[in-house]
Design a protein around this ligand. Structure first.
Ligand code: ADP
Ligand code: ZN
Ligand code: ZN
Length: 744
């Protein structure tokens, strides 16, 4: 017997073989099977996408045979394939690229024999540890959030202040699901690898009765062997709880029943290369698919891939909700087996927030910090320092310096952040005007004093600091502006001043810095954080890295040195990010109820009247969101409008822009589907126009309709490919589409 199969393999994004390929097999292989197939002269891993009735018009002599199946591995589920198919079509990539990137890299390399050996390894049996019963008593707000969550079926957004105890809600929700069904699986996503060990420890502790083998993690910090191990455990249903970063959204989880997305607003959920997917948005979509499966039964091979573009309006968070193909009554999926999604944040993305405003998502609110109910206003007081009234050119306003000194004297910690690493962003000659530009980028090289280098943060180009101005020979070249390295030095000088500040026991103070430069070595961040926790540090200076997630107990003052840039950025999401960052940072202060009352958040600004700060002062995210959403609605921006960016890179800026404009003109001429509701804007250089000698341009495409934008992009892709083959455009380095871009 001869069987014809369509199989997806990892194809380069823009090759001519973007779709599934046809192979023959001597035995039937169900869709989702992992196989080895020949591709050119290589042997590659592939996924059977569907069984074909015949070979189509492919002559048998030209067809190639499947080399072998990865025995012992169950086929990937129809739901998984649907998720991959949707991702490929929505983000305008090939199915093969998305599917193979979603599998652990080692799966590609292992021979069938090696894999068989791997699969035979015994799974550690669950220990006899009893289910943790001495749980902390829930706060009234936690109690209510959980009850409301249980009573609903919509995607839920847990809007909980920092320190309100969101993690406990995740733990309880997960526990309930795991207890309800001995095969149920839970996926918990976190934005950063740095945050997984802490959370993993908490989950492992709580679910100790399941055994360590059943709580696995998935992120890029694992070795290939560890990744494969986690993946296999999840795929086989042995892992009950998977903790991971954005890549984990594609984990094969045959009985997935709950997806938690912690810090759902975090930009790192958006992949920035290849298929530029949003793991947060896909979590919502996947929960819907999994629920539809539990209703309809996971009928293998019943549906066609890929989703015909525009056939179903993709149901990512947007204006309307529509059912995924094959499952029409998702809303009613309360039955056993449904999959819920729980997003959590103190400062939700405006997309998710708006979804709760219109009732598409359920909103669960926890506004009080644990232990803070009695102490009114236990979130830190926000103090705005009007820099217009401070000494000229001062980096740290005298009242702020004073406040820091008082903290040190009391034995409390302060956290000072500045979003710029290095010593100074520019080195300049005041005689001739020379500046430390990068020869390869349209950006300045940053001065790092510690090793006396000028480093480009875009292309990495590094040189020793010149002894004299390279242009005029003046030896008096000086740093301009401040980065974290200089801020650290500056604070030390200020505090050492005429009346040196001492700790309560009279010992000298200690200042530490945490940023990408100080944490490059493995384990460095952990040890630095440990010394903060051990109260060895009085003042911690750093970038936004320290504003996220870490649970510092003894910090009673947080200060943002220079956040104004984001107020007037050309990127419409900049205020949202700034507000989120400041709220997160404020949340670092006074987490210990003992210090709750005295803790403060200082913000130095030249624009104290800005409405963003008014909302921040009151810790009023809803007010900020309402204000921002009003502006976005008036401007037709996300979540009220939809957009995609097409980026092009070339040696020559004119070629990059010309390519984009020519492709848009071709779309206009051909009146592509969706065009009537889609506006392509003229191509422009990117903010950092040149990186590593490559010129970069982008074109924004907008539409009030997600469906129209999707139809248009699908039809436009082939035209972009064609345009690239014409004349000068052949020299293009690359181009790519970013759907729902985060930064514009
Ligand atoms: P969030 O994630 O909302 O910022 P966490 O989940 O980190 O907050 O909780 C803040 C702190 O409160 C943690 O130390 C946690 O252990 C503690 N906590 C959470 N819930 C309770 C509770 N019901 N009773 C006592 N402490 C709690
Ligand atoms: Zn000079
Ligand atoms: Zn550079």
């Amino acid at each position: 017997m001869r069987y014809w199969l369509s199989i997806v393999v990892a194809t380069p994004a823009h090759s001519s073989v973007a779709g599934p390929l046809t192979y023959r097999s001597e035995c039937p292989l169900p869709p989702g099977s992992l196989v080895r197939v020949p591709l050119g002269k290589r042997e590659v891993l592939g996924v059977v996408w569907e069984a074909l009735p015949d070979s189509g018009d492919l002559p048998e002599s030209q067809s190639r045979a499947v080399l072998g199946a990865l025995d012992g591995l169950a086929p990937l589920s129809a739901t998984w394939r649907r998720l991959v198919g949707f991702t490929a079509s929505y983000y305008q990539r090939s199915i093969g690229e998305v599917a193979l990137a979603a599998l652990p890299p080692q799966l590609r390399e292992l021979s069938t024999v090696q894999l068989a050996r791997r699969l035979k390894r015994p799974v550690a049996p669950a220990p006899d540890a009893p289910v943790t019963t001495d749980l902390i008593a829930l706060s009234a707000e936690q109690e209510r959030a959980i009850a409301e969550f249980d009573a609903d079926t919509r995607p839920a957004l847990l809007f909980g202040a920092t320190g309100s105890g969101k993690t406990e809600v995740y733990l309880r929700a997960a526990a309930k699901v795991l207890a309800s069904d001995t095969s149920a699986q839970v996926l918990v996503m976190v934005p950063e690898i740095n945050l997984t060990p802490q959370l993993q420890a908490r989950f492992e502790e709580r679910f100790a009765h399941l055994g360590k083998a059943q709580v696995v993690s998935m992120h890029s910090g694992l070795t290939p062997a560890q990744r494969l191990k986690s993946w296999l455990a999840a795929h086989a249903g042995q892992a009950r709880l998977v903790l991971g970063t954005r890549m984990a959204i594609f984990a094969s989880l045959p009985n997935l029943r709950l997806i938690v997305v912690d810090e759902e607003h975090d930009p790192s959920y958006k992949q920035q290369e290849g298929a530029r997917y949003s793991a947060r948005d896909l979590a919502v979509y996947r929960a819907m698919l999994e629920s539809a499966r539990s209703q309809a039964g996971d009928s293998e091979g019943a549906e066609a891939f890929p989703l015909p573009a525009g056939a179903a309006e993709p149901a990512l968070p947007g204006r309307r909700r529509s059912a995924p193909p094959g499952g029409s009554a998702v809303r009613e999926a309360t039955s056993v087996g449904a999959c819920r999604v729980l997003l959590g944040s103190a400062t939700p993305s405006l997309e998710s927030w708006q979804a709760t405003v219109v009732g598409r998502y359920q909103r669960l609110t926890m506004s009080e910090r644990i232990g803070g109910a009695e102490q009114q206003g236990s979130l830190p007081a926000v103090r705005l320092v009007d820099m217009n009234h401070q000494p000229k050119h001062c980096t740290i306003a005298p009242p702020l310096l004073d406040a820091i000194a008082q903290r040190i004297a009391r034995g409390e910690q302060s956290l000072i952040f500045l979003n710029r690493r290095g010593y100074a962003p520019v080195l300049a000659c005041h005689d001739c005007g020379w500046k430390s530009e990068c020869p390869h980028c349209s950006a300045f090289r940053v001065f790092h004093k510690i090793d006396r280098t000028l480093r480009c943060h875009h292309c990495g180009f590094t040189e020793r600091v010149p002894r004299a101005c390279p242009a005029c020979g003046n030896i008096d070249i000086a740093p301009v502006g401040k980065g974290t390295e200089r801020l650290e030095e500056h604070i030390a000088e200020l505090l050492a001043g005429d009346h040196p500040v001492r700790r309560p026991d009279g010992s000298p103070l200690r200042i530490a810095r945490i940023d990408a430069d100080t944490t490059r070595l493995k384990g460095a961040l952990e040890s630095q954080l440990a010394s903060v926790h051990a109260r060895e540090v009085d003042v911690l200076v750093g970038t936004q890295m320290i504003a996220k997630g870490h649970d510092f107990r003894h910090i009673t003052l947080v200060a943002a040195i220079n956040p104004d840039g984001a107020l007037f950025s050309s990127d419409f999401r900049a205020p949202e990010r700034l507000f989120g960052l400041l709220m997160q940072a404020a949340g670092r202060a006074g987490r210990d109820a003992d210090h709750g009352e005295a803790s403060e958040m200082w913000v130095q600004t030249f624009h104290p009247q800005h409405p963003l700060f008014a909302a921040l002062k009151k810790h009023d995210y809803p007010a900020f969101a309402a204000q921002e959403l009003k502006e976005r609605e008036a401007a037709g921006m996300s979540p009220f409008g939809f957009s995609a960016l097409v980026r092009a890179e070339a040696r020559d800026q004119a070629v990059a822009q010309g390519f984009l404009n020519a492709a848009a003109a071709a779309a206009q001429t051909q009146q592509l589907p969706g065009m009537e509701a889609v506006t392509p804007y003229p191509a422009v250089p990117m903010t950092i126009q040149r990186v590593a000698n490559i010129e970069r341009a982008q074109m924004l495409v907008e539409s009030p309709s997600r469906a129209a934008l999707q139809r248009f992009l699908a039809a436009w892709q082939p035209l972009l490919h064609q345009t690239r083959q014409q004349g000068d455009f052949k020299s293009l380095v690359r181009w790519a589409i970013d759907v729902d871009p985060l930064a514009i």
